[in-house]
Design a protein around this ligand. Structure first.
Ligand SMILES: Nc1ncnc2c1ncn2[C@@H]1O[C@H](COP(=O)(O)OP(=O)(O)OP(=O)(O)O)[C@@H](O)[C@H]1O
Ligand SMILES: [Mg+2]
Length: 412
């Protein structure tokens, strides 16, 4: 292993699963060394509902990731999800001290842009510069060294409920992990699945998990909108359980095995066996009956997404269409129905540019965990000018380098 390489660890607390991912970052890019996942019950839509159950799941996921990677994890970048995650755009201006703009001027203007007044029960978790404007020239990514009498910056700030963040921190700490930075799930998923040219062209990412749908809109290479809709694949499972009067676990199995989001894609005459509750005999049903339950719910979810996109007024910018990730994106017909309903080209998004454990990571449900590691590794890539990097809100002292050194230790 190259001695210059660093190792990062990510923690994604999802509604249905907890994932811990360990990756190595170096000049050659990022390479995934270990992934551990555990079913979770202690969370709902990004909010911790049982600390004990969440801790149990984190410990298991951590253990598996450590065994696979050979590293002992002590610090993580943690994802924050749920409808309390909201993005806002802000703007600030300074007069450079000298005629030439310095790193210090960039820091000053970013500090001003981050000084956004929010209620005490909320916190800014991520700050992403969108563009700099020097005098009247906009679209600048690196203003350092340029001449000008005025420096403006546009930023995207992502805020989240303080209580939700504190609870994630508590669960991590009780599992023996220190959270060094929080990253909004929609940002992480976008970093995991989007191509650079899609971010330039204009694109929306929807990570449809079990409890929520994380949404991020990018254009001209910048993040313009972040939001979360409170609906996910678990609603579909619940509808199947109620509609077919079958236990939730069977409904989930039927959904994953035979579910289709679009009735048109299911051949006539196909039948499935449905286990019943209360000792009643199993039933044989047409697969179309299952689709008739799923399709209206998926239409409703895409309807919420359409409304959220329209609310931003950015719908005309999405030439790159919609990229669908998250576990629920795997259902046959999702992409096709989304395409039809949203009137946008839709594609399935899986972690891109993956090195190491490629067979495990070809799964859209791992987009958030992978994206958290991509976020942590951004400063080491060298292809993003420093003024465009997310402003680190590190919870540990000593900066990014220091936490990378402490984050993991050798296990074997
Ligand atoms: N093959 C499949 N077909 C349909 N749905 C699936 C499939 N595989 C997983 N799902 C659904 O994906 C959802 C879980 O997705 P994911 O793992 O991304 O969620 P999560 O990260 O735990 O939750 P969230 O992000 O909402 O907190 C569940 O509702 C599950 O039923
Ligand atoms: Mg998720």
């Amino acid at each position: 292993m190259n001695r210059k390489n660093e190792v990062v660890a990510a923690l994604d607390l999802g509604t249905t699963k907890v994932t811990v991912l360990v990756a190595e970052v170096g000049e050659g890019g990022m390479s995934v060394l270990g992934v551990g996942t555990a079913e979770s019950e202690g969370l709902r839509k990004g909010m911790v509902t049982s600390i004990g159950k969440a801790v149990e799941a984190i410990r298991k996921a951590r253990h598996d990731a450590e065994q696979m990677s050979g590293y002992m994890i002590s610090q993580v970048v943690a994802g924050v999800g749920g409808t309390h995650v909201v993005g806002v755009n802000n703007h600030a201006m300074v007069s450079p001290k000298q005629h030439e703009i310095t790193k210090h001027d960039v820091r000053r203007v970013l500090d001003l842009a981050m000084a956004f007044s929010i209620p005490v029960d909320r916190e800014v978790i991520n700050v992403l510069p969108q563009q700099y404007v020097v005098d009247e020239h906009d679209g600048i990514r690196d203003p350092v060294g340029m001449s000008g009498v005025r420096l403006d910056v546009d930023v995207h700030l992502i805020t989240a409920a303080r209580a939700a963040i504190d609870n994630i921190q508590k669960c991590a700490e009780r599992s023996g992990l220190q959270v060094v930075e929080f990253v909004a799930n929609p940002l992480a998923s976008a970093l995991a699945v989007l191509e650079d040219n899609e971010r330039e062209l204009g694109v929306c990412v929807l990570d449809l998990g079990g409890g929520s749908g994380d949404l991020a809109i990018w254009a001209n290479g910048s993040l313009l909108h972040t939001g979360v809709i409170g609906a996910g694949g678990n609603l579909i499972t619940r509808d199947i359980a109620t509609g077919l009067r079958t236990p939730a676990a069977c409904a989930e199995e039927l959904k994953v095995k035979y579910g289709s989001a679009w009735g048109r894609m299911v051949a006539a005459g196909e039948t499935i066996d449905v286990p019943s509750v209360g000792g009643r005999p199993d039933k044989s049903l047409s697969r179309h009956v299952l689709t008739e339950i799923i399709e209206p719910r998926v239409l409703e979810i895409f309807g919420l997404v359409r409304r959220e996109i329209q609310k931003t007024g950015l719908d005309d910018l999405l030439a790159g269409g919609l990229v669908l990730s998250g576990g629920a994106a795997q259902m046959p017909g999702m992409v096709e129905l989304g395409d039809e309903l949203l009137n946008l080209p839709v594609r399935l998004g899986v972690p891109r540019g993956v090195k190491g454990l490629t067979s495990i990571l070809g799964n859209p449900a791992l987009a958030t965990a992978y994206g958290l590691a991509v976020y942590a590794a951004l400063p080491f890539r060298g292809d993003v000018p420093e003024p465009m990097l997310p402003v680190r809100q590190l919870k540990s002292h000593g900066g990014v380098g220091a936490w990378f050194k402490k984050a993991v230790g050798f296990l074997f």
